[in-house]
Design a binder for this molecule. Structure first.
Ligand SMILES: NC(=O)c1ccc[n+]([C@@H]2O[C@H](COP(=O)([O-])OP(=O)(O)OC[C@H]3O[C@@H](n4cnc5c(N)ncnc54)[C@H](OP(=O)(O)O)[C@@H]3O)[C@@H](O)[C@H]2O)c1
Length: 312
């Protein structure tokens, strides 16, 4: 497994990270039981993945806890708490309580990276004034090692929250939406994270649009209708067929992970799946060489200025 330094945390972690949320939630969201989900995490560890991302909201923390039992010190754990739920902003007490519950479910006494989860631009100020001081106290107390923040990419496809948060430089690690259909973090996020040496976790590398051909067609039709993509520039029935026509590319999913992995400023590429076979091929994709230059250039011509979709 290839390793990478996660920005100023100094942690050396696998370039592929296991995402325990998304549409699959380790298979729990697609009809599998807990023992299957534990096996997905164990397979990830066996493949050399040592970065695992979960969250209170995913209800996969206890699965992770079971899978890492006895090897906690070999894994970097990232988990999260939402700063706003049901229209209510999270209190400092609520934050502490959520972390304690996460620690109990994970079966550990510290979290490596504790994120504020899915932060919208409108709740960032609350995070900064109320929650960050408490996170710093929790770090002092040894309960968390590094502070993280993730965006709500589905509703913030142009990274408005990060445009506000990154100049404050309060977080050691961020999780950002980035993929070949919306690479807008290239201009709006990575220049600052690189300057400040912030660790970056990539989410939405594939999601539904890049793993389900019918969803891709639908989303690209919407881009054409919105005037953001020229109809003549793509084959409407197989819009990314030019990728798989190349002898060096196995599938759209493979191309999508490779695209993210080699972006300057991207550190860990998260892969979310409930399938052991998908996980194995995704690790091969994330550790494969960059896409051929002519394909990267064509992707840039087509989607380089798109900032209105998440590929959800
Ligand atoms: N705001 C936030 O903080 C936030 C939001 C979203 C996600 N996240 C984190 O980011 C992680 C990654 O996001 P994601 O889970 O959406 O991951 P992703 O890797 O972008 O996409 C996963 C989707 O692609 C499918 N897939 C994966 N490999 C495949 C393959 N080889 N062939 C066909 N289909 C494949 C999966 O279904 P199968 O199960 O069938 O493989 C799943 O539906 C999440 O798990 C979570 O940890 C954070």
């Amino acid at each position: 497994m290839q390793k990478i330094r996660l920005g100023r945390t100094g942690l050396e972690v696998s370039v592929a990270g296991l995402g325990c949320g998304g549409h699959s939630r380790l298979g729990l969201a697609t009809g599998h039981d807990e023992s299957h989900a534990v096996r997905v995490v164990e397979t990830a560890l066996d493949l050399g993945i040592d970065f695992i991302d979960t969250a209170r909201a995913y209800r996969t923390e206890s699965v992770v806890g079971k899978a890492i039992s006895g090897r906690r010190d070999r894994v970097v754990i990232s988990t999260k708490v939402s700063p706003a739920r049901g229209g209510q902003l999270l209190s400092v007490e609520g934050l502490r309580e959520s972390l304690e519950k996460s620690l109990a479910r994970l079966g550990t006494d510290y979290v490596d990276i504790f994120h504020l989860h899915g932060v919208r631009a409108s709740s960032y100020e609350h995070c900064k004034r109320e929650l960050v001081p408490e996170l710093l106290r929790l770090r002092e107390a040894g309960k968390i090692r590094f502070l993280g923040i993730t965006e709500q990419f589905g509703g913030d496809t142009g990274h408005e929250m990060f445009s506000r948060a990154l100049p404050d430089d309060l977080f050691d690690v961020i999780m950002v939406g980035f993929n070949l259909l919306n690479p807008s973090a290239r201009q709006r996020v990575f220049p600052l994270t690189r300057e400040r040496d912030v660790g970056t976790l990539i989410m939405f590398a594939v999601r539904r649009a890049l793993s389900q051909p019918n969803v891709l067609v639908e989303i690209l039709e919407q881009l054409v209708a919105a005037g953001k993509l020229r109809a003549a520039a793509i084959d409407s029935s197989d819009p990314l067929g030019f990728l798989t026509a190349h002898p060096n590319v196995e599938s759209v999913v493979q191309a999508a992970y490779r695209f993210c992995r080699h972006e300057p400023g991207a550190h860990v590429v998260l892969t979310g799946t409930g399938s052991v076979a998908h996980l194995e091929s995704n690790v091969r994709a994330i550790t494969a060489p960059p896409l051929p230059q002519e394909l990267s250039e064509r992707l840039r011509d087509l989607f380089g200025s798109i900032d209105s979709i998440s590929a959800n």
